[in-house]
Design a protein around this ligand. Sequence first.
Ligand SMILES: [Zn+2]
Length: 430
Amino acid sequence: MAYLIKGAHLVDPQVALDEVADVLIEGTKISKVAQNIEDTDATVVDGTGKYLVPGLVDMHVHFRDPGFEYKETIATGAAAATHGGFTDVATMPNTSPVTDSGSQVRYQIEQAQQAGLCHVRPMGALTAGEQGEALAEIGDMVIEGASAFSDDGHGVQSAGMMRTCMEYVSQFDRVVCAHCEVESLTKNGVVNEGRASTRLGMFGWPAAGEELEIVRDIELARITGCDYHVCHISTARGLDYVRHAKEEGLPVTCEVTPHHLFLTEDDIDDSYDTNLKMNPPLRTQEDAAAMRAGLIDGTIDCVVTDHAPHAAHEKDCEWEIAYFGCVGLETSLPLMLTNLISTGEMSMSRLVEVMAINPRRILRLTPVKIEAGSAADLTLIDPTREITVTPEYLKSKSKNSSFLGATLKGCATDVFVDGKRTLTDCEVTA
Ligand SMILES: [Zn+2]
């Protein structure tokens, strides 16, 4: 199968590309990038008015498979990822059982291959059962294709255990990704501690609960030399610690979610919309502004969704007992286009760095470039096409979006994975 994408605006800072040209895909690879390519055998895809970029990567999603298939499966998660414009996702290991062995990693990769929509790059647990007490089978999981390691959902409470994890993982050239949470400080916390917890009369989850673990882990990265990545960073002070670590040349990176970029604790009103309950919680307006500035200035390396599907009965209840998290794969790119690209605050080139180039580097994936010979993993983006976020719009099995009802401008229209067209004019095509 061959595709000829004509007249799209190609954006790929890896090869200094920011211009309108044609791209020919033959088999699984890009075979030619040039002006006015003619190929009568290829299916022509009109790219006029659209951007073509290296396939988007979300390195923090929860596909709930195995164990919680009523919320999401690898197949439905892959459909949501494709609909959102992604070619690759990294799945977090807090499944049931926890993904802490090689066979678990292999199961996810095989399920994804059966779904045939996007690459799934499982993360393995750092500790057995994410219990924080003994190392998981790290080497076994690397052999089966684990992209990185994390106990996401929990902070690793013991500094000594985290040091052991870092020393071990660094031997395999993988990154430790940390959900930073000191549980003795966040116990019972359901909203940001401060104005929100006072106003709403609920237990607070303090910024310090996140920041203390970031500081601890930066110091552990210093003594172990391990590459260390902060998951879903949410506070301005935490980001300052990462900034200083980077200035010192320490191997530290971080990611942010769209909800921490574009929502704050002030969005929680007396409707108590539990789709705004997440972990870490929505923070202050100053924190969100710092996240946006950090993303633009290079301190934050990636945008991730922390896509966290939950069934209706787990969200249609009192705030205190509702589950943490929201789905995000199908709104991430539209939110970025609407809030940062169309306003001129961020360039498309920077978007490609934070949504395609940097996550591949952190996950140790082969770079995808818009040049002959590269894998044809590509995303075509219409910056003007409007979407309205409704339950029907979402391909995810769960509908717990923080942005239900919003109309956003810009989305992915077509996706190619190893030369296969997985999204065709906004329709998922397995
Ligand atoms: Zn987390």
